[in-house]
Design a protein around this ligand. Structure first.
Ligand code: FAD
Length: 470
């Protein structure tokens, strides 16, 4: 079988590339190893985690009402884990089913197989699905690699016990363990830790670095770290290494080496969330001219082209940040490049969001990056304690800040911690993308009383005109 354009991998990068390429008039085939399109994001990442986090949020809001707002509900919440799991699975089914329909409508052929390169214009297809052409051979003119990433699991932690889970295992929500250790204080560990804590587990977090969410600005992390510490009853072990894991009956014995935790402790389940690695092994890339860097990512330019003229790469497999919206955007760029358009991906403002309570979001330059680059910036911070809306709904632990170029007054970056930060950051993305000056933000009328006003107020701080209470 021959296909003019093949997309290898049907996640948010792959299906976005395939759909746009088809819309551009190309004949497109997706090769996806799994029975449905959607990839990590829809099946075992963004969507199921947010479905479960929403349950956690509802539970924690009710708890706060009880303790702080004078509203009494009798008894503790009763959690039916089967119903919680079924709702999450239904959300996944709805979305993945919709993708199948979108592929059909565009005449995109979907082959369910594991693909690997035999050469720069041929894939070997493995599997037993009827969609695989006879002989398992697929030649192509152009191929977009979108094989994504998988959880990193060092051999020392891979002890063959289902009590030791990766993010996929945690999202399966087999049960609610009495005790759960989260190894790794990045966004996936904290999001899943939040889910399990609110469903009733006693959660502990261990992180090798000196703070949670390495990479995020510390002032943004501070309110979250406080909340996580409370959620874990102080069981957040920083600067601490997990040495080994061993199964002992229905427990996992964990050895710790660190100032805040040393020696061994047993847990019902352990979640390993120490990062993800790109899926480049076993793809037969050595049979092509594609280059892979020392971290295993495919090297490509701003048009998503690799060193092989027939092959492009997008999404998690093509480098950081490993985020769904970055994968989708790269997919669209790759499709347009194949359509002969002169486009490129300028990664000026890819937003990052941590969907914890409070949420953290940032876009563009961070303070950490500005410092590392020795770049002078004005940092304009507006604390949410001064926001009328934040006071009214009891979310005063947030802050909004802009990073501003002191000479041009252009906004270079934005960071937000607080309820809805993930939604609020979209305004900042647009402002940074459009090269706005601070006045563009302060002179745009924001609705009152909303948390979006904090973006305007933080801008006003730049001119010393922010009202203290708004
Ligand atoms: P993937 O989604 O990983 O898709 C790759 C596809 O390729 C898979 O379907 C796989 O089966 C297929 N494949 C691999 N090898 C082959 C082969 N040889 N042959 C055929 N098919 C193959 N990102 C966000 O932006 N926001 C979030 O809130 C968020 N939350 C997350 C929560 C969790 C728990 C996890 C694990 C991830 C989360 N992510 C989030 C990250 C996001 O899921 C990824 O960045 C995104 O899915 C990457 O898209 P992709 O298309 O590059 O690859």
């Amino acid at each position: 079988m021959h296909a003019p354009v093949v997309v290898l991998g049907g996640g948010p990068g792959g299906y976005a590339a395939a759909f746009l390429a088809a819309d551009e008039g190309m004949e497109v085939t997706i090769v996806e190893a799994e029975p449905r399109l959607g990839g990590t994001c829809l099946i075992r990442g963004c969507i199921p985690s947010k479905a479960l986090l929403h349950v956690a949020k509802v539970i924690s809001e009710v708890e706060e009402l009880k303790s702080e707002w004078g509203i009494e509900y009798s008894g503790e919440p009763k959690i039916d884990v089967d119903v919680v799991r079924a709702r999450k699975d239904k959300v996944i089914d709805n979305l993945t089913g919709g993708l199948g329909g979108l592929a059909k409508r565009r005449n995109v052929t979907v082959i369910q197989a594991r693909g690997s390169f035999v050469s720069s214009n041929e894939l070997k297809l493995e599997g037993d699905h009827e969609s695989i052409p006879e002989g398992g051979k697929l030649t192509f003119d152009k191929c977009i690699v979108a094989t994504g990433s998988i959880p990193a699991m060092p051999p020392a932690f891979d002890i063959g016990s289902d009590r030791v889970m990766d993010s996929t295992g945690a999202l399966a929500l087999k049960d609610i363990p009495e005790t759960l250790l989260v190894v790794g204080g990045g966004y996936i560990g904290l999001e899943m830790g939040t889910v399990y804590a609110h469903l009733g587990s006693k959660v502990s977090v261990v992180e090798l670095g000196e703070g949670l969410l390495p990479g995020a600005d510390r002032d943004l992390v501070k309110p979250l770290a406080k909340k996580i510490d409370k959620m874990c009853d102080g069981r957040v072990f920083l600067n601490t290494k997990v040495g080994s894991l061993a199964e002992d009956g229905d427990k996992v014995v964990v050895s710790f080496e660190g100032p805040s935790k040393f020696g061994t402790e047993s847990y019902d389940r352990v979640l390993i969330s120490i990062g993800r690695r790109p899926v480049t092994r076993g793809l037969g890339l050595e049979n092509t001219k594609v280059e892979v860097n020392e971290r295993g990512f495919i090297v490509c330019d701003e048009q998503q082209r690799t060193a092989d003229p027939n092959i492009l790469a997008i999404g998690d497999v093509a480098g950081d940040p490993m985020l769904a919206h970055k994968a989708t955007h790269e997919g669209r760029v790759a499709a347009e490049v194949l359509a002969g358009k002169n486009v490129a991906f300028d990664k000026a403002a890819i937003p990052a969001v941590v969907f914890t309570d409070p949420e953290i979001a940032w876009a563009g330059l961070t303070e950490g990056e500005a410092k590392a680059a020795g770049r002078k910036v004005d940092v304009e911070v507006y604390p949410w304690a001064a926001s009328g809306r934040a006071q009214a709904i009891g979310v005063t632990n947030g802050l909004t800040k802009w990073l501003v170029d002191p000479e041009t007054h252009r906004v270079l970056g934005c960071g937000i911690v607080g309820t809805g930060a993930g939604e609020l950051i979209a305004e900042a993305v647009l402002a940074i993308e459009m090269g706005c000056e601070v006045t563009d933000i302060t002179e745009s009328v924001h609705p009152h009383p909303t948390l979006s006003e904090t973006l305007m107020n933080a801008g006003e701080v730049h001119f010393g005109t922010a009202t203290e209470i708004y």
